[in-house]
Unconditional design. Sequence first.
Length: 124
Amino acid sequence: MVPVNPPDMAIAPISRTVGTDSIVDEMIVKFTHDRVIDYLLPGIPPTGRQVEIAAVVVAQFRDGKLASEHIYWDQASVLVQIGKLDPAGLPIAGVEVARKAMDRTLPSNQLMAREWRTSEGKPI
């Protein structure tokens, strides 16, 4: 359906939630930024860099047909991975976001290490 996807684009499912008229899929999308991908990185020339992002798709159905599809991802993570955004001093991450989505044993609070240490053990 999208002819500009890189040939090495791969999607790894994480979870699926099914409702009476909707499906929500969580996934990891991996690809090499080897072409302009206007729906993801409008007008940005290929960098040749690897990208790995967590994404969520919400599909809604009406009368047995697809009525809408919404796709969400962390654009800051994509920009960090292709070298267009420096994460220094910003509360953002790169590929770590996707890796955490796939591996629940990885730490969740690397962006707030100091704050986490000072609040650890306190009631929520």
